[in-house]
Design a protein around this ligand. Structure first.
Ligand code: PHE
Length: 342
């Protein structure tokens, strides 16, 4: 029997094979080699048929014991491999809970956006609807319908980017007034924020900037209504003690036209650096809608009157937040922007 089943030799072979196994793939392969259907141990079993029949039972027992021993050896190996693989995975996926987390930087709204949002909330409280006009306009809407025909000297007040044909980049949100009046019968009460363009570029001018237009048209609207609304606006935006003052001015589309000053919210009107010692700060242009403009838009000026106003958003932002250089509003420097984080 010894010659057909040399278990010591086989055990030694298995032991040395198992020792070198370092992965479950290798384990599976080696196990197949010894215990698989055509493996070495089953082959020994098959060899039994060549033995004389009286020797077979004893030899069978020996081989069975060997198989059990081998299964046990591979079982132990499997445990070792599993542990090693698990530990390697733990090592790989180790999380250091003491590491500082990743901080997400919080963004901030642009001061222009803050001002527009505030203005929209103040004016919608007074019943204004928002109308967003278009940035590309025709000469007619930006100038002619606003009582500024070609060759009108007032065209010099606003340098213009012409786009070819009849098109241009609007120089003022006032262009939107015409669209609104053409399409809506009074009462009209709209607020129109948006970007406007003029080819100026220096310390206090940018070729693209933002305006906020307001337009009210109804029966019996007077300059007093404008003044009352401006007082309310000034108190809400600049502080409860702030007053307004109207100075005569000129715009082709309003008559009479005014510049609107607010009393200096920094010094209370005594005179300081912000108001250049005058006690007043200019914030917007306004006036009663010119009869010619109402007529151009198909509104009967004998039946209806209205007022309009327009302000520069950057200017309001600079005043409100004490920004001394307009370029800061256009450069996108994060050190500037983050100061407006809530
Ligand atoms: N559109 C004028 C400007 O850009 C401002 C304005 C609007 C004045 C409405 C009067 C009425 O300067």
């Amino acid at each position: 029997m010894q010659d057909i089943v040399n278990t010591d030799e086989m055990k030694a072979k298995i032991e040395s094979a198992v020792k070198d196994i370092s992965s479950s793939v290798e384990l599976r392969e080696t196990k197949m080699k010894f215990l698989g259907k055509n493996g070495e141990i089953p082959s020994l079993m098959k060899g039994l048929k060549d033995l004389p029949s009286e020797e077979r039972p004893a030899a069978g027992k020996v081989i069975n014991a060997l198989r059990e021993w081998a299964e046990d050896a591979f079982g132990k190996c499997e445990e070792r491999i599993k542990n090693a693989e698990l530990n390697a995975r733990y090592e790989r996926e180790k999380i250091d809970v003491t590491m500082p987390g990743k901080r997400r930087k919080k963004g901030a709204f642009h001061p222009d956006t803050l001002v527009v949002d505030e203005l929209v909330s103040v004016f919608s409280g007074m019943g204004f609807e928002i109308y967003e006009g278009r940035e590309i306009e025709t000469d007619y809407y930006n100038f002619t319908a606003l009582n500024t025909p070609k060759d009108h000297p007032a065209r010099d007040m606003q340098d213009t980017f012409y786009l070819g044909g009849d098109f241009l980049l609007r120089t003022q949100t006032s262009a939107g007034q015409v669209h609104v009046m053409e399409n809506k019968k009074p009462p009209i009460k709209i607020l129109s924020p948006g970007k406007v363009y003029r080819p100026d570029d220096d310390a206090t001018h940018s070729p693209m900037f933002s305006q906020m237009e307001g337009l009210v048209v109804d029966r019996g609207i007077t300059l007093c209504d404008l003044k009352g609304m401006l007082d309310e606006f000034a108190r809400k935006i600049f502080g409860s003690g702030v007053k307004t003052r109207l100075r005569p001015s000129y715009f082709p589309f309003t008559e009479p036209s005014v510049e609107v000053d607010v009393s200096c919210f920094e010094c209370g009107g005594k005179g300081c650096k912000l108001c250049k010692g005058t006690g007043w700060i200019e914030v917007l242009g306004a006036g009663m809608v010119n009869r010619a403009v109402l007529e151009n838009c198909g509104i009967d000026p004998d039946e209806y009157t209205g007022f309009a106003f327009g302000m520069g958003i950057e200017r309001i932002a600079m005043l409100k937040y004490g920004i001394n250089n307009m370029k800061l509003l256009f450069e996108g420097d994060v050190r500037f922007g983050k100061q407006f984080r809530e």
